[in-house]
Design a protein around this ligand. Sequence first.
Ligand code: F6R
Length: 260
Amino acid sequence: MEVVIRQDATAVATFVADIIERLVSSRPGAVLGLATGSSPLGVYTELVRRHRAGTLAFGRATVFLLDEYIGLPPGHPASYRTFFEQKFSGLVDIEPGNVHVPDGAAADVDAACADYEAQIRAAGGVDLQLLGIGADGHVGFNEPTSSLASRTRVKTLTDETRNDNARFFSSVDDVPRHVVTQGIGTILEARHLVLIGLGAAKADPIARAVEGPVTSMCPASVLQLHPHATVIIDEAAATRLTLIDYYRATFAAKPPWQST
Ligand code: F6R
């Protein structure tokens, strides 16, 4: 696992946008696994800026979102499909048909989950999976005690996550209890995992994910099992890392031939 500490959210966004630009420039048909929530917003803003500047195209890329709420009406502003269209896919040249979102409104949700897995496989798997991290260590909406082998399925949100996400709704009572999320086993099959952590509220889960035991009590700790995982955090999210000096020194001494 590589841990990269940048000064602030803007520097994190630039660093992650660079990784995505390198991938999409070398492989225009790349399959991107993307997250919603606050953490990747700066990345999307930067990618949109580069697209508008004419240096970056997504016309052949495919996207699979991590998760979606169950029970929101189509077009609800907090639905992850709508959020993603407003923040990214609707602002660049991605073909709408190449944007895949777990179907939280399907009549048969289990069948829709199996179909989502099949679509990821049919696309050749995910090249790069962008992840945020929840205060309780979740990735996607895989809450603590999620099976480390889980696939796309329905999960129940913890009260902590519903409270954290209430800022996107009129009140916490409006935050759905149920979601569809890619499983931890699904996420682990992506070829590169890129996890963003921003702000002091993420310092504890980042420390548990990077330096704690691999445990379903902190689903993000599974990144330790992945051969190519990059954790990119700002200073505030790095404060509880025991080996913080080592991560800084490793990054500073990184040979030019070693890519992220
Ligand atoms: C969103 C997702 C979640 C968020 C996490 C952090 O698609 O999968 O795991 O990444 O809840 O949310 P923010 O970034 O809003 O702090």
